[in-house]
Design a protein around this ligand. Structure first.
Ligand code: NAD
Length: 504
């Protein structure tokens, strides 16, 4: 039974729910009594208020998780799996409700929210199944009177920090493997999107996880909360998804107590289309990959490389498809592209487009802010929109010196650059400190293998714009991260291997 306290927030016109922190199996306010508001980025409406936890609350949650670890780590894997399956089933029962919350706080179209919620439930189910398969080994001994075996044990208390762009799937991608492995967890969602995390933690409570096993801290002071998680010696593992800049900072802090660290960081995905590709499919795939979540996806295509002989034709098709995308409030059924999360995100998009045009780029689609009928972003419109929207944009004649070609835009802008040869394009695609996802289209089977092997990226989509799922390892090379989530290796980062040598 969910016991979250919800009451109207003081001082609000109308009533909005107020959500608390979940620590040691109980919902409670922040010690300071402070709360912060959560707004819909498409309309500006206040959706709810959340408790503004800080260092003290993170510390209390870590202590609760540490106290719960002894019991949870000894709970049989099958029992842990049953609770995870139950939580997955509850999420599946409530897909529509959870998807609506997600669209309201993040802005993405409802269809994307439904898909994300289903995938998020599948992450829990996958990890429930993997929990039963955390096997050890028997190792041949070096002497006749020795037997050697290995066992896998949970690392201990896990701290998790996530961004706002996939607020639902990020919860289960981190909590799922941690709990499956026998770890306890303290989870901190992004400041902009805590509401769906609250709803999922109510599900965890309802599923019946013992107190202290899962803890949720919402709050605005990211640096303070992150510092406590990264330096508290009771935390044995930090798992972070977000920008490379913050990831590096946390990695350095974790060195002080030699924590295990998993990092899913920024990307700058190339998408290569060779002249032998199916151009219709390739064009559609580029548009799907670039404009999903208004381009605010870590594995979104950032730059398109088109082989010279088909470049004009491909650019035309891509621009045509892009120009038809419907921008608006994600709750409206036909919306395909929502708002940027905030003004900062919008300004970066604007800067990248202006820079590209100044350096000789040609606008083939979009190229401007998406104006509400009143003609202004960030102000209230008759159509109810009040957010930071930008037109889905395609820029031709791109060159490597443009910001959009080497910095993560995190918005709906696609630059197109031409190339001549396979060797040249692999070199250009790899010329970045990032290494998360890369895509290419070709019907030549030899090329498919050569290019897939040559791309220095953790995830490669060959004729596939969506190469992710619970069964597929997810993670980056170079400055895009450390470790892998999902797949059969996803739990490895949450366990330690212990060698036991027995004299007989
Ligand atoms: P961000 O790094 O600013 O924030 C991520 C999270 O860290 C948020 O919860 C934020 O509040 C928190 N945070 C911010 N500063 C912190 C600090 N000093 N200490 C501790 N925590 C801090 O990133 P963002 O703008 O929210 O998300 C976008 C970035 O995330 C992009 O770079 C994107 O590529 C990346 N991302 C990566 C993946 C992946 O799996 N590789 C997935 C999604 C997003």
């Amino acid at each position: 039974m969910a016991t979250t306290m919800e009451r109207p927030a003081a001082g609000q016109a109308g009533t909005v729910a107020e959500h608390h922190l979940f620590i040691d199996g109980a919902w409670r306010a922040a010690g300071s009594g402070k709360t912060f508001e959560v707004r819909n980025p498409a309309t500006g409406a206040v959706l709810a208020r959340c408790a503004d936890g800080g260092r003290d609350e993170v510390r209390q949650a870590i202590q609760a998780a540490d106290a719960a670890f002894a019991g949870w780590s000894k709970t049989p894997a099958l029992a842990r799996a049953q609770l995870l399956s139950k939580a997955a089933a509850l999420m599946n029962e409530r897909v529509d409700e959870l998807a609506r919350i997600l669209t309201q706080e993040n802005g993405k179209p409802l269809s994307e929210s439904v898909a994300e919620t289903q995938v998020a439930a599948a992450f829990l189910q996958w990890n429930a199944e993997e929990a039963r398969r955390i096997y050890g080994e028997v190792v041949p001994g070096a002497a006749a009177d020795r037997r050697v075996l290995t066992i896998k044990q949970p690392v201990g208390v896990v701290a998790a920090i996530t961004p706002w762009n996939f607020p639902t799937s990020m919860v289960t991608r981190k909590v799922g493997p941690a709990l499956a492995a026998g770890c306890t967890i303290v989870f901190r969602p992004a400041r902009a999107t805590p509401l769906v995390a609250v709803a999922i933690f109510k599900i965890f409570e309802e599923a019946g996880f013992p107190k202290g096993v899962v803890n949720l801290i919402t709050g605005t002071n990211s640096a303070e909360m992150g510092d406590e998680m990264a330096t508290n010696p009771l935390v044995r593992k930090l798992t972070f998804t977000g920008s490379t800049e913050v990831g590096k900072e946390l990695l350095a802090k974790c060195a002080g107590t030699v924590k295990r660290v998993s990092l899913e960081l920024g990307g700058h995905a190339p998408f290569i289309v060779f002249e032998d590709a199916d151009l219709e499919k390739a064009a559609q795939a580029v548009v799907t990959s670039r404009f999903r979540n208004a381009g605010q996806t870590c594995i979104c295509t950032n730059r398109l490389y088109a082989q010279r002989s088909i470049a004009q034709q491909l650019a035309h098709k891509v621009a045509e498809l892009t120009g038809k995308l419907k921008v608006g409030n994600g709750l409206e059924g036909d919306t395909q592209v929502g708002p940027l999360i905030d003004e900062r995100g919008f300004k970066k998009v604007e800067e990248h487009v202006k820079d590209a045009v100044a350096k000789g780029g040609t606008v083939l689609a979009g190229g401007q802010p998406f104006l509400t009928p009143e003609g202004q972003n960030g102000t209230s419109g008759q159509n109810g929109l009040n957010g930071w929207f930008y037109q889905p944009t395609v820029i031709g004649n791109a060159t490597p010196d443009m910001l959009v070609m080497h910095e993560e835009t995190f918005g709906p802008v696609l630059p197109i650059m031409e190339f001549e040869t396979e060797e040249e394009v692999i070199r250009m695609a790899n010329d970045t400190p990032f290494g998360l996802a890369a895509y290419f289209f070709s019907r030549d089977v030899g090329r498919v293998f050569r290019v897939a092997e040559g791309l220095e990226y953790g995830i490669v989509g060959a004729n596939d714009p969506l190469p992710t799922g619970p069964h597929i390892p997810f993670g980056g090379l170079k400055e895009s991260g450390l470790g892998r989530e999902n797949g059969s290796h996803g739990i490895d980062d949450f366990v330690e291997v212990k060698a036991i040598s027995i004299g007989i």
